[in-house]
Design a protein around this ligand. Structure first.
Ligand SMILES: C[S@@+](CC[C@H](N)C(=O)[O-])C[C@H]1O[C@@H](n2cnc3c(N)ncnc32)[C@H](O)[C@@H]1O
Length: 194
């Protein structure tokens, strides 16, 4: 099956009650990214590929106005069951949604779910959905321990080149507050649209 399609992801949700990527809690990198990005209170934040919605719900709890996207029905059903209506949940494809523009995009394991050949288009799309001087907050893997993707690892210098095509890079470095299962394998990017 093809990870560009909702059917691929839906099948994972259908076969695993809790998919391997789900940590049943917001990523500890959320706090690190927010510290780096300095978003205004009440900023409008999009969360692409939200899965069961832990990060989106935490952002809403902190007072951001959050719209979360996932094209797999089971992901959104799980998010709604866990977190109710604090977030505007959208069953839409990030590449075709007409929502936005947003002040920020919080991206945890959606960019890395893209096959390498789709990265350029994904970055362009993310830039389109942001306001001028909007922020892309990204956590990405530079190491997936030789497993076939998704997720797909991206070397830091490749990420820099991809992001620079659309964003001014405010921060790009190793993550320091990764979940223990992911320690030493993640990096953080904060980009600003021009
Ligand atoms: C690896 S999971 C991560 C889920 C969540 N961010 C987390 O960390 O628990 C990737 C999610 O992105 C969704 N997804 C992948 N491509 C997408 C697209 N083009 N538009 C919307 N959702 C997408 C999948 O359905 C899946 O739920």
């Amino acid at each position: 099956m093809d990870p560009r399609t909702p059917e691929y992801w839906q099948q994972v949700y259908d076969t695993e009650a809790r998919p391997g990527w789900d940590m049943d809690a917001p990523t500890p990198l959320l706090a690190e990214l927010l510290d780096l990005a300095g978003l205004a209170a009440g900023a409008r934040v999009a969360v692409p590929g939200c899965g069961f919605g832990h990060d989106a719900a935490e952002l809403a709890r902190q007072g951001f106005r959050v719209t979360a996207f996932d094209f797999a029905p089971a992901a959104l059903a799980g998010a709604r069951a866990r977190y109710g209506t604090a977030v505007d949940w959208r069953q839409e494809d990030w590449f075709t949604t007409e929502a936005g523009p947003f002040d920020a995009v919080f991206d945890h394991t959606c960019f890395v779910a893209m096959e390498p050949g789709r990265r350029e288009a994904y970055v362009a799309r993310t830039g389109e959905l942001l306001k001028p001087r909007g922020r892309w907050l990204l956590a990405a893997f530079h190491d997936v321990q030789d497993r076939p993707g998704p997720p797909f690892a991206v070397p830091m210098e490749d990420l820099r080149r991809l992001a620079e095509a659309r964003f001014e890079i405010l921060h790009l470095a190793e993550a320091t507050r990764s979940h223990p299962r992911r320690a030493g394998r993640e990096m953080l990017l904060v980009g600003r649209t021009r």
